[in-house]
Design a protein around this ligand. Structure first.
Ligand code: NAD
Ligand code: 89V
Length: 346
């Protein structure tokens, strides 16, 4: 059994339930949930009771004064990320923060540089690249099965009612790019490499939403590859495949296509190899969210392993800064009608 590590979860709302379940599953790897925190006492208490966490708090400052977590997992909404991360990093506590990393690139830069300066481990819980079919694609690319891809499409299109579980999304002034764009841009980077510039058009199809609910992005990658990166909460398609991401990648030796329902086809040398790349439905998960829920466990396990090995996570703050830079460039492109180059960290 690995050494014990005390984990505190901050924010016990809708999505934190997945994190709490995942950390509980990682008890076999030495994880001990030592405290939870939510400004809503009822949520903090309920999480503590359900997950048998010994202590709960309604104020992060009090938690930080009383506890000595080996890792803090921040699962609050974006408007609190910067303040909370700056506090945990100032205390030298290894930290994970949910996506979107910040509201804008200025937030992401402030948190990344603070952690860098203090030498504190900081990772972003960017979980899509850890979904089972997307892990399989990463593996195939690392094996060089299709060579280095020069073209790709990453697509997340749904009109699933996300607003019941996450009603705040209707009020976000930066909506779909901050919420889903971070995932699809991260996948474009993970599969096709770093991005040079982004062109983007946004649409607001749902009149009840304050911000854009549809984004169509085109990316030029540093190595010359090109990708189409799309996300929408306003597609009226049947069947609705929420929350699946579809992928197309073309390389010099062949192509990899992830169709709906996790059907993966690898096309090389004039032959098609078919795989079914669905995720396990974990004991606390349920379809259709199981694909995301299993990725939360995989993301937490990866980040924990990186922390223990003294390495940055694949989804470190510095890495995720580059993903968010794509999103910031997408917003600027949609406003200006021009291709926008990515901003560097410093
Ligand atoms: P939520 O509103 O349901 O939960 C947030 C919780 O944080 C609430 O219970 C709230 O009381 C608490 N909170 C607010 N301010 C706090 C503070 N200062 N200290 C402690 N607690 C505080 O929101 P949610 O839907 O759970 O979203 C949380 C985060 O998870 C968001 O960043 C969202 O984008 C992200 N999310 C990620 C995925 C994914 O697949 N990666 C899916 C859904 C949501
Ligand atoms: O925040 C998110 O990642 C979500 C999703 C519905 C994709 O889980 O909005």
């Amino acid at each position: 059994m690995a050494d014990k590590i005390g984990v505190s979860v901050v924010g016990c709302g809708f999505f934190a339930q997945n994190h709490l379940n995942a950390w509980r599953d990682l008890a076999k790897d030495g994880v001990e949930l030592i405290a939870v925190c939510d400004i809503d006492a009822a949520k903090a208490k309920a999480a503590a009771e359900k997950f048998k966490v010994p202590r709960w708090y309604t104020d992060l400052d009090v938690l930080l004064a009383k506890e000595k977590p080996g890792l803090i997992d921040i699962v609050t909404r974006v408007e609190t990320h910067r303040e909370q991360v700056l506090k945990t990093v100032a205390k030298g506590i290894p930290t994970i923060v949910q996506k979107p990393f910040g509201f804008d690139l200025g937030d992401c830069r402030a948190m990344t540089l603070a952690a860098k300066k203090a030498g504190v481990f900081l990772a972003v819980h960017e979980n899509f690249r850890f979904q089972a079919p997307l892990r399989r694609i990463t593996e195939l690319l690392r094996q060089g099965v299709i060579g280095t891809p020069s073209w790709g499409r990453v697509s997340f299109r749904t009109d699933y009612d996300i607003y019941t579980g996450q009603p705040y999304l209707l009020n976000e002034t930066r909506f779909v790019i901050n919420d889903l764009g971070v995932h699809v841009c991260d996948l474009a980077r993970a599969f096709l490499g770093e991005v040079e510039h982004v062109t983007c058009e946004t649409q607001r199809r749902n009149p009840k939403a304050k911000g854009e609910d549809t984004a169509t992005m085109m990316m030029k990658h540093v190595n010359g590859a090109v990708s189409m990166v799309e996300c929408t909460y306003g597609a009226h398609r049947l069947p609705d495949i929420f929350p699946q991401t579809l992928i197309e990648l073309e390389g010099p030796k062949g192509a990899i296509i992830l169709y709906k329902n996790f059907d993966l086809e690898i096309m090389v040398g004039g032959k098609i190899t078919k795989e079914h790349a669905d995720a396990e439905v974990l004991h606390w998960a349920a379809r259709p969210w199981h694909i995301i829920q299993e990725s939360v466990l995989a993301t937490n396990a990866h980040i924990l392993n990186a922390l223990r090995s003294g390495k940055p996570a694949d989804v470190s703050a510095e890495d995720n800064f580059k993903t968010f830079a794509c999103c910031e460039a997408a917003y600027k492109s949609a406003e200006s009608g021009k291709a926008v180059a990515l901003e560097p960290l410093q």
